[in-house]
Ligand binder design. Sequence first.
Ligand code: B12
Ligand code: SF4
Length: 475
Amino acid sequence: MKVKMILPALTEALSPFWRPIKYHLFPPLGLAAIASFFDENDDIDLQDEHVERLCLDDDPDLVVIQVYITSAYRAYELADHYRHKGAYVVLGGLHVTALPEEAAHHADTIFLGPGEDTWPQFLADFRAGHPATVYQSKSRTLAGVPPIRRDLIKRHHYLVPNSIVVSRGCPHHCDFCYKDAFYKGGKSFYTQPVDEALAEIDRLPGKHLYFLDDHLFAHAEFAAELFEGMKGMGRVWQAAATVEAILRPGLLEKAVAAGLRSLFVGFETLNPHSLKEQHKYQNLNRDYNLAIQRLRDHGVMVNGSFVYGMDNDDETVFDRTVEWAINQGIETATFHILTPYPGTPLYTRMREQQRIIDHNWDRYDTRHAVYRPVNMSLETLEAGYWRSYQEFYRWSSIVRGAWTKEHFADRMRHLLYTGAWKKAEPCWDLLIRAKQVNHLLPVLERVLASFGHRWTDQEGRNEARSPLQERSLLG
Ligand code: B12
Ligand code: SF4
């Protein structure tokens, strides 16, 4: 059977704000994960439109499209194109699950929820000639799932080709998050068996890993076993976790010993009323400063995530947040405008309050205000969002952030890492165009592996090695 799998690009790909490096960082894994259920002799072409131009004049038997909200219109356009050509078209993913009726107009079959249980069932039905129009995932497990089809991923397009995901979902229930809507009807958080996760890591070439899990530290026992198993594998890696998990004694230490060098942390807001408003209770009454100090003491860089536009936010929120992030020495920050994704409690609430003013999914990219904020105008919200990026990433702020650090090595790493991400975009673009981005991976690995490394002195204190000491250690 001839199969075409497509991850359509979001409309942003055509906009002046398009940042190629963001999409050439690491491969998303949704389609490669379900591709593992195909037969050996199925002829599969997997295309990620964010990194390659789609070939649309082929004639596959089956077209499989993953739909995110920001790429929904493009996904429907592609689906219509292939249906017109006579292919059987199926749609799945977050947006299909949130709005099945909308997606069903463009598909022969739609899938709701994760695909590990429904996809093999569909393939059997399809081959037998009687596929259903809707498959709803109910049984949730990653045990025994065949390995992700990494052979279908064009590794040379990505800076860090080793993305990996060892769990699904998250145990928390924040109002703005896609999670509860997507996993409705079954478990909303589950992990791979540790042995299978370690085997997957072992199969990955090179050194650097990028975990795509929503919250890698969520299941403390699983995480501790995973990190124990990774010790000695010589990996450096990045992942996401909550403030609460960072503060939990013991787990961070194990992660660092296993090679953790940079962590994405959802701080979201510095205002406890806003945390309550969004039911983000796991962040409530947690000492953010202490969490950052712990990460810093262990040589882990921080990518802080912040959300603007909650009902308690007024126009002072932007400067306050940026100033705090700089003073804390956070290396990279991502700012978002609160976005009511369909299916979430936030969407339901705002809809009831008749505050949603825009239903153009292209604008649900966390850069646009698609609703009426309470304590500021929509224009102030969008302007404050853009100003935050400008302020946080100006050189004076980067230097100020770097100099909050005690050790010279950490200051240098901050300057190199943050500067490379935000100040060297034209160089990234050139490398991407020349299909050479992957060649910079060793440099990233060296920055992550060497500068932030910690050793324990005889009294059990953590110390940073100087770059000189590092160089002699690395040979
Ligand atoms: C990697 C990633 C990115 C990458 C690349 C994404 C890309 N090229 O599209 C980057 C960093 C660039 C990025 C950017 C953005 N992202 Co993003 N990203 C992710 C992340 C961390 C991992 C995705 C992944 O590979 N997951 C692992 C695979 C196995 O899971 P999966 O993709 O869901 O696939 C499973 C199911 O969905 C299902 N499935 C999917 N497709 C199909 C199809 C069929 C036929 C079937 C049967 C099943 C099926 O089966 C799969 C196996 O279970 C997710 C969080 C997460 N943990 O998923 C956020 C996430 C997808 N991103 C999100 C957002 C909001 C964005 C941005 C808008 C943010 C921004 N302001 O920049 C942009 C826009 C992205 C876009 N393309 O539209 C949200 C989406 C919310 C929503 N309702 O759509 C998520 C869920 C994060 C979150 N917790 O809110 N992202
Ligand atoms: S902690 Fe993160 S992944 Fe979990 S529900 Fe909240 S926003 Fe979603």
